[in-house]
Design a binder for this molecule. Structure first.
Ligand code: SAH
Length: 367
């Protein structure tokens, strides 16, 4: 059964109220003698009109604005600490501080034309310890709330709006494992999608998971038009378990069986991510094996050039090697895309910017 999710307005007002020390949105409204339409005005101002602060909401009486502000009501739960723009101006990477001092990353990628994709984080850190990923190496700190996830998108939406542009796509490919923070991520999807708020279509949202089989089944039952991407990165258990500890819990065959069930139920395509690690998972034999797994299904492979991490043991496959690998998949009839590498000069890969500013030792390793 699909989870019973709260509506976007309630999720947002409850989170905003809690950050200011109230039990929920209703308690905040009661404290200030606000009728329900006032909460809708606040939500609309933040989520749809992208206003920065309660002080800017001109539909509210000035005195009420001041009282709300003085009581600690703030629209954004994330504060930008560093925003790096790449040399070609196509990528902006942000490091955002949460109220408790934790930091997460989000990236805006402006593709030529009108596609503006924001990559957002769902957790501070990550519990899954993928060997090639900076975030995974730093360990897990905590889950983000729905608004902490949403506000990363809202930040870049505001930045784009100043240039007459808007966010066209959201990918959950920043820090963390979205399906390990399932409810908050679904809440963030509701906030992103709400027609009375941010208004981004489900088809423009992609959730990427390292392969939590039980959650893939749960997600299939939601029957959303949201895209599903699986971090596969290897064509068999032997190689996958060496870089992705999650594979010891859910094997490659269990994972692919869940993907088949998902396609069966939703009739939607599954995207497989495969990061190209030199001399590790990029041989012609690996390509053949991968083609064998993918062929004949509603699957699409994205080959990802690896962004090397400072003290990691892996190197990235060079462009020629990536294209050789792609050719084998292509000739086997597997739809394949080589992902464009963006923002290499600004440490744009998952966890890299935070790794530069927050030393590893400051992170609690948990879960
Ligand atoms: N936990 C989710 C989202 C993580 S990041 C998942 O595993 O899918 C999104 C993608 O970036 C994943 O496919 C991840 O494996 C990949 N990735 C992580 N570090 C990378 C790096 N240094 N270079 C290229 N891709 C990387």
């Amino acid at each position: 059964m699909a989870a019973v999710t709260r509506d976007a307005l309630t999720i947002w007002t409850d989170d905003v109220a809690r950050r200011a020390g109230f039990a929920d949105g209703a308690a905040l409204a009661a404290q200030f003698g606000m009728k329900p339409f006032r909460l809708r005005q606040l939500y609309r101002a933040a989520a749809k009109e992208l206003l920065a602060s309660v002080a800017d909401v001109t539909t509210l009486p000035v005195e009420l604005r001041d009282r709300l502000y003085d009581a600690g009501v703030r629209f954004s739960s994330v504060t930008p600490v560093v925003i790096n723009r790449s040399g070609d101006k196509q990528t902006s990477k942000g490091l955002f501080r949460l109220h408790d001092g934790n930091e997460v990353e989000a990236v805006l990628m402006e593709h030529h034309g009108d596609r503006n994709t924001v990559c957002i984080s769902s957790q501070a850190g990550c519990a899954f310890a993928c060997a090639f990923c900076s975030t995974g190496q730093a360990g897990f700190t905590r889950n983000l709330t729905s608004t902490e996830i949403f506000d990363q998108a809202r930040h870049f939406a505001r930045e784009l709006a100043e240039r007459g542009k808007r966010v066209t796509n959201i990918v959950f490919m920043g820090m963390g494992e979205p399906f390990h923070n399932y409810d908050a991520v679904m809440g963030a999807v509701a906030l992103l999608n709400d027609a009375n708020g941010f208004g981004l279509g489900h088809r423009h949202i992609t959730i990427s998971t390292d392969g939590l089989v039980d959650k893939i089944d749960r997600f299939a039952d939601e029957h959303l038009q949201v895209n599903l991407a699986i971090s596969l990165h290897a064509p068999n258990d032997e190689i996958r378990s060496r870089i992705m500890p999650v594979n010891r819990k859910f094997s490659t065959s269990e994972l692919l069986a869940a993907c088949e069930r998902y396609v069966e139920k939703t009739k939607r395509k599954v995207f497989f991510e495969y990061v190209m690690l030199a001399g590790f998972n990029d041989s012609a034999i690996c390509a053949d094996e991968l083609a064998h797994l993918m062929r004949g299904h509603l699957y699409h492979v994205n080959l990802i050039p690896y962004n090397t991490t400072p003290d990691g043991p892996f190197g990235g496959t060079d462009d020629a090697g990536i294209w050789r690998f792609a050719k084998i998949l292509d000739e086997a009839g597997v739809p394949t895309t080589v992902r464009k590498n963006m923002g290499r000069d600004i440490a744009a890969a998952c966890g890299q910017l935070r790794a530069e500013t927050q030393p590893r030792a400051h992170h609690a390793v948990g879960a």
